[in-house]
Design a protein around this ligand. Structure first.
Ligand SMILES: Nc1ccn([C@H]2C[C@H](O)[C@@H](COP(=O)(O)OP(=O)(O)OP(=O)(O)O)O2)c(=O)n1
Length: 123
């Protein structure tokens, strides 16, 4: 199993970072909001959204994977906050001139070197 959301809704599989980056670019351009999308502003917006994401889990204690007991409305809200975090992260990376996909792949490689599976099994 690759993840809890592996078999979820159609249409989500083809989404890529470039598409999200371009859509955020268009969103800002159409509103003349590019002037506000500075690195610091975007970082603060990102952190704010992480706070909103945290609020959803606040006081719930640990919850089982897949969130089986959550109402659909609650899960939809979670999806919205996760998306806000992702979108601001994508936009922040773009504004800073970082190729996020490339950077993330490189980081995965570094992680694998730092934590060799043979030495880290289950601990
Ligand atoms: N200057 C802005 C403001 C918003 N957005 C976009 C990116 C986020 O995906 C979303 C954030 O919108 P809100 O600030 O309205 O935040 P929420 O959607 O979380 O609403 P609320 O804080 O009322 O729950 O809109 C943006 O790109 N640039």
């Amino acid at each position: 199993m690759k993840g809890q959301a592996e078999n979820e809704g159609e249409g989500s599989e083809g989404v890529n970072l470039k598409e999200l980056k371009n859509k955020m670019y268009d969103f800002a351009e159409e509103r003349d909001w590019d002037q506000f999308h500075t690195p610091r502003n975007l970082l603060l917006a990102l952190v704010g959204e992480v706070g909103e994401l945290s609020e959803i889990f606040q006081w719930k204690g640990e919850v089982p994977r897949g969130l089986p007991d959550w109402e659909e409305k609650e899960k939809q809200h979670l999806g919205e906050e996760l998306s806000d975090v992702l979108l601001y992260l994508v936009r922040l990376s773009d504004i800073c001139g970082i190729d996020l996909g490339k950077a993330a792949l490189r980081k995965l490689e570094l992680n694998a070197i730092k934590y060799p599976a043979s030495l880290c099994q289950g601990s």
